[in-house]
Every structure is written in structure tokens, then in C-alpha cells.
Ligand binder design. Structure first.
Ligand code: ADP
Length: 149
């Protein structure tokens, strides 16, 4: 049976930190579905379709990575794509507190297993919100955005 994991997030924008989690996830799973969570209430820098386009282009040559947008629960997306795992990154204790609660609820509701990867220290200070702030003030963010391999 194919081992599929969902990597859910806002990815606004997708950073080198996210790319590192995908790369490491590919060593553990047969397929990774990057799920772009659409939250109409959150003001986004890039519209969901643009995020799908940019991330899909990054992985155009990696058939084991798929990109989808979704606006319901992550466990419902998991069921749709046949994933039994959720992949997430852990940057800090703050991330841990949040992830622990979500992982417990998701496991309880659907039996899905959450796999938390400790961030590569090189990427632990990178976040989409910092990148958005830098873009807002016209700074060069190319070091924080992944390049196609
Ligand atoms: P969310 O809106 O759910 O926080 P993000 O797009 O910010 O979504 O993050 C998605 C996932 O990627 C989360 O598990 C987050 O911890 C992880 N992540 C974000 N930035 C990094 C990073 N720099 N290194 C590793 N993982 C990261």
C-alpha cells in the first residue's frame, strides 16, 4: 500500500524551510500531498491559485509530490487523497504546543498519525510571516525562497 502523507499549511509563501520538510518527507513516504489551506478570513499575500502554481512548478519534475488547495479540515483532505499521515515541521516549543493539540484531535477524530520533523537549525528562524514582512518593505527575499532543482 502506498504511503501518502499530507503536508498542510498556508505556504504564503512557500519557503526554504517548507522545501526542507518536503525533501526529508520524501525519504519516509512514497508520496507527499502539499495541502494549501485556504482561510477566507486570513488576509493572504498570494491567492491560493498562485500558491498552487508556484509550488507545483517547483516540483514539476518530482512525480511523488502533488499540490492541492483545500478549504475544509485537514483530516477530510487526508481521506480524499488516501493519506494516513500528516507531516509537519517543528521550529520551536511554541510550534510544539500547537502541534501537540492538533495532532491529538486529528488522531482522535480519524486515527491519522502526525509526523513532526525537527527543523534543520539553518531554517528555524525562517517563517512565511517574516518573508511577507520583508516583501512588504521591498527587501530581497530570494535566500528564503526555494529554487527549482
Ligand atoms: P501554518 O499556517 O499552518 O502555520 P505554514 O505554512 O506556516 O502553515 O507552515 C506549514 C508547516 O511548515 C508547519 O508544520 C510549520 O511548522 C512548518 N514550517 C514552517 N516554516 C518552517 C521552517 N522554516 N522550517 C521547517 N518547517 C517549517
Amino acid at each position: 500500500m502506498k504511503k501518502t502523507a499530507i503536508f498542510p499549511g498556508s505556504f504564503d509563501p512557500f519557503t526554504v524551510g517548507h522545501a526542507s520538510i518536503v525533501e526529508r518527507g520524501l525519504a519516509m513516504f512514497d508520496e507527499i500531498v502539499i495541502g494549501i489551506g485556504v482561510n477566507e478570513k486570513k488576509k493572504a499575500l498570494y491567492p491560493p491559485h498562485k500558491r498552487v502554481e508556484v509550488i507545483a512548478a517547483l516540483y514539476a519534475d518530482e512525480p511523488r509530490v502533488r499540490v492541492v488547495a483545500y478549504d475544509d479540515l485537514t483530516i477530510d483532505l487526508a481521506e480524499r487523497v488516501g493519506a494516513r499521515f500528516i507531516l509537519r515541521g517543528l521550529r520551536s516549543v511554541k510550534d510544539f504546543e500547537y502541534e501537540r493539540d492538533i495532532a491529538a484531535i486529528n488522531a482522535r477524530l480519524s486515527g491519522i498519525e502526525t509526523v513532526l520533523l525537527i527543523t534543520d537549525p539553518q531554517h528555524s528562524s525562517v517563517s512565511s510571516s517574516v518573508v511577507r514582512e520583508l516583501i512588504h518593505f521591498g527587501k530581497d527575499v530570494s535566500d528564503f525562497l526555494p529554487k527549482k532543482k
